[in-house]
Write a protein that binds this ligand. Structure first.
Ligand code: PBG
Length: 306
């Protein structure tokens, strides 16, 4: 019997491209499988004039897809892992984690600029990016910006920003590397947990023959470590806390940034562990940073936050 898979995706160009990447991998495993992509508008895509923080956080991008999975309208959902809330509904587990695309954040300059001016106005709604950017370029100010990659590129030209920050992964998937003005190393700017990894979500108790072929052990270990770091830090999906794990051979090195909402202090550190202990490594690093009052710096919230 010919098998049939319906992939649910948000309808943004990047989301559809990501669903196509997963479709290509399923077809590489078995070209006989029939794969359909079903797109839907999520609450996060519909409400564009408010900050995500005000309307309920990043989870808004996945809720409609959760419902479609539960109703049986789709068989799997494909997400950017960094948009998936840290607590996942146990009825809708993450079945596979992709190999990681470039995890770095990048700077995109307004047309005509060769480098970031002194006192630049930077468009970002991410407190993680604003905090780390203001360490590198102390003169910057930040203004919220929302919308998909193309909308942001337009707003950058029309709405008085000098630059914006995006994930290299999304731009590369869209073939838009040419807009990148500067890459931040993962040391300079710790990426969001899961940045660059695609997650395949399914229904509990159901799996597919091709799932193991899509699941990347290094991507999975990094995802587990980074997400456990963030869970342990607390602070929710708008917290600047960040973690990035690199896997080589059987070893994992996780680097994290912990931000203390009460004091406005941040602390960075790293540790190494065997990949079989990925989750413990994330948790251990978070606990150390939360306890180690000495290791940090202070973030000037008044000036640097939107
Ligand atoms: N929050 C939107 C979002 N979710 C995932 C990506 C990039 C792709 C990825 O991380 O895999 C982006 C855009 C961006 O931050 O530039």
């Amino acid at each position: 019997m010919r098998s049939f898979v319906r992939i649910g995706s948000r309808e943004s160009i990047l989301a559809v491209r990501q669903a196509e990447i997963i479709r290509e991998r399923i077809l590489a495993y078995d070209p006989e499988i029939s794969v359909e992509i079903v797109t839907m508008k999520t609450t996060g895509d519909k409400i564009m004039d408010k900050s995500l923080e005000k309307i309920g956080g990043k989870g808004l991008f996945v809720k409609e897809l959760d419902r479609a999975l539960l109703d049986g309208r789709i068989d799997i959902a494909v997400h950017s892992l960094k948009d998936v809330p840290m607590e996942v509904n146990p009825d809708l587990p993450l079945l596979a984690y992709s190999r990681r695309e470039d995890p770095r954040d990048v700077l995109i300059l307004r047309r005509g600029l060769e480098k970031l001016p002194e006192n630049a106005v930077v468009g970002t709604s991410s407190r993680r990016r604003a905090l780390q950017m203001s360490k590198l370029f102390p003169g910057c100010t930040f203004r919220g910006i929302r919308g998909n990659v193309h909308t942001r590129m337009r707003k950058l030209e029309e709405e008085g920003y000098d630059a914006t920050l995006l994930a290299a992964a999304g731009l590369k998937r869209l073939g838009m590397e040419h807009v990148i003005g500067r890459y931040f190393s993962t040391e300079e700017m710790i990426p969001a947990a899961g940045q660059g990894i695609l997650a395949v979500q399914g229904r509990r108790g159901e799996t597919f023959g091709w799932i193991p072929a899509l699941d990347d052990p290094a991507g999975r270990a990094a995802a587990c470590a980074e997400r456990q770091f963030i869970r342990t830090c607390g602070g929710g999906c708008t917290s600047p806390s960040a973690a990035y794990a690199e896997v080589s051979g059987g070893e994992l090195r996780i680097r994290g940034l912990y931000y203390d909402e009460n004091s406005g202090e941040y602390r960075e550190g790293e540790l190494c562990a065997d990949i079989s202990r990925a989750e413990q490594a994330g948790e251990e690093l978070a606990r150390r940073l939360m306890e180690d009052q000495a290791a940090g710096g202070k973030y000037d919230r008044e000036r640097a936050e939107m």
